[in-house]
Design a protein around this ligand. Sequence first.
Ligand SMILES: [Mn+2]
Length: 294
Amino acid sequence: MYISHSTIFSGFQKTFDEADYVVLGVPFDVTSTYRTGARFGPNAIREASLNIETYSFRSGIDIEELLIHDLGDLHVSADTEQTLERLAGVVGEIFEAGKTPVTIGGEHTVTLGILKGFGSKASKTAVLSFDAHLDLRDEFMGLKVSHTTFMRRLNEQLKPAKILEVGTRAVCREELDYANKAGIEFITAQQIRREGLEQTLRVLKRKLADVKSVYVSLDMDVLDPAYAPAVQNPEPDGLESYTLLDILCDVCDKRVIGFDVVEIAPNYDGGVSAAQAAKVVFEVLCGIEKARRG
Ligand SMILES: [Mn+2]
């Protein structure tokens, strides 16, 4: 495994062999085009995770009851392809050991490497992505693989069962055309506000009804910058943190094979955004655990 060092995610972590959930940091932001600094995300989120409480009222579960191991950070390269290849290798080892990979970015491009790590399983999996952006450009500033294009590459290369994006509000015409042509579905932030939580959950569950496994990706810029200002590409008009957490806790069920939390660039605020990200990690873990316990 390409692991350079280990950092503690929480004070109660288990060994790799004992764990159900394995946390992996990916301090990578090489293709960032606006505010860089997501490479500092993993440790900021770890630090925040040590300083928020562990009981989840939504699930009735205390995160301390879960079997979690923090593997440390991926040994990243300045070469994007090489980083994604290493990431796929490590995620593959976690998945094949029967564990759930929990990846902390880093920029959103890492999701492409993670999905590759699931091997043939990726084509049978729905990708449920919470993001202000669609990330469906064909090319941006000379790069074919970047945080603005990775979802298109993911669709072309891995052909997942479905791609469903949630919280969308910042797109270009080219992306809308491609989404339409490729059958990529999205729910806008405005739709969620207009239709409300219950209706949004009904729509999401209906759209995911026919898939056997789900991978969840969380770009923290899905939140309004009022809630999470320290992201690489802040976009106004986003979701409230409680709306995101309510949706996540309800849609994350037994079918979730892994998730990531990306795009936090912690140096743009005093720690609020990293705390939001840690809370998202906690609530998703508790939501999955509750579903698994049945
Ligand atoms: Mn985004």
